[in-house]
Design a protein around this ligand. Structure first.
Ligand SMILES: CC(C)=CCC/C(C)=C/CC/C(C)=C/COP(=O)(O)OP(=O)(O)O
Length: 353
């Protein structure tokens, strides 16, 4: 199924279970997120509240899009699969910590990329300024570690160490992403490694934290990390496709922003490396210095498609998902326990936003 055939929620008719899993995760972590953000000084509380959609730009209560909650859902579903409902209930603070880290990276990423829109509204930096958006992101990262430090679960210290290592990997991935903008020799291998570090690491960490909170053996924790990383790579591949061909009404972001910034996303690098005339045309468009016109952006997207970058990314996402399921069956031999995780993984490849 192509990503364009989904409904507004990004859920196809088989995706109801994933929608319910996400909704439950949101409901579980929201009180922890809200109380963590409420503890911030006013200046940062306002920006974090705006970023989460709880406040409008004047600080009045709002009910905006807070995000899909995929990562906290992965924490809770992993804990549930390996340790049952009690383990999932005990992992709520870990799930909130992962969501705080995710949102810290979004705040910083928007500043770095100068993106004007996220979740259907102006980005925090464009409303409050870059310095305050960076500081609010820093505060959110600290909140994540405090939420874990204040948790009296026996796994919380190991979870905090793992999350801290993950943040370092995210920074390395983001560095590579920025660096690639200035290079024209980026290989597909490098690009996949960048995507695994920038995106896969946090989904892997989410699953590993769920396993830690379920007191699972070390091999199962690592298998869950590997599962989440592969799901994360598929997630990034689909994200790159949505960034080029998605519907801005659904994504809440302007379409073509990555192309306008000449980002070396996965379908772009696949096209540039294809050795086809369309790939050469894309290289010509990317090689110009001037801002790209709407016609050039359209031409770049067509070149990626003709050079095979779109099909390659879709096939890679399917391959990564198959790899993910292999890791999952290593960690959770009883398939009946893995239903929620499989539903979430499936949603990742079928989503439209
Ligand atoms: C250190 C640093 C700045 C790292 C940057 C890492 C980064 C922003 C990677 C991109 C990951 C990604 C596709 C986010 C969208 O998630 P989503 O679609 O789940 O977002 P949602 O919460 O809005 O649903």
């Amino acid at each position: 199924m192509g990503i364009s055939t989904l409904d507004r929620e990004g859920i196809d008719r088989d995706g109801h279970e994933a929608a319910a899993v996400l909704a439950r995760a949101r409901q579980s972590v929201n009180p922890v997120l809200r109380s963590a953000v409420a503890s911030l000084p006013g200046s940062m509380r306002r920006i974090a509240g705006y970023h989460f959609g709880w406040l409008d730009s004047d600080g009045a209560p709002a009910s905006g899009d807070s995000g899909k909650a995929i990562r906290p859902a992965l924490v809770l579903a992993s804990a549930q699969a390996l340790g049952g409902p009690h383990a999932a209930q005990g992992a709520v603070r870990a799930a909130a910590a992962v969501e705080l880290v995710h949102n810290f990276t979004l705040l910083h990423d928007d500043v770095i990329d100068r993106d004007p829109t996220r979740r259907h509204r102006p980005t925090a930096w464009s409303v409050f300024g870059s310095a305050d958006a960076i500081l609010a992101g820093d505060a959110m990262q600290a909140l994540a570690l405090r939420v874990l430090a204040e948790d009296d679960h026996p796994a919380s210290a190991r979870a905090a160490a793992r999350l801290a290592s993950c943040v370092i990997e995210l920074c390395d991935g983001q560095h590579a992403d920025c660096d690639f903008e200035h290079r024209d020799d980026v290989s597909l291998r490098e690009c996949l490694a960048m995507a695994e570090a920038k995106t896969g690491a946090l989904l892997g960490c989410a699953c590993a934290l769920g396993a830690l909170y379920a007191q699972a053996p070390p091999e199962a924790v690592e298998a869950m990390d590997a599962f989440g990383r592969q799901v994360g790579l598929a997630f990034q591949l689909i994200d790159d496709l949505i960034g080029i061909w998605g519907d801005p009404q659904v994504t809440g972001k302007p379409v073509g922003a990555d192309l306008a910034a000449r980002k070396k996303s996965l379908p772009v690098v696949a096209a540039l490396r294809s050795g086809t005339p369309a790939g050469a045309e894309l290289a010509r468009i990317y090689g110009t210095d001037e801002p790209l016109t709407a016609a050039e952006l359209h031409g770049a997207a067509e070149s990626i498609d003709r050079a095979g970058g779109r099909d390659w990314a879709q096939m890679q996402a399917c391959d990564r998902m198959a790899g993910a399921i292999g890791h999952l069956s290593g960690a959770i031999p009883d398939g009946a326990q893995a239903g929620e995780l499989l539903a979430l993984a499936e949603l990742v490849t079928r989503r439209s936003h």
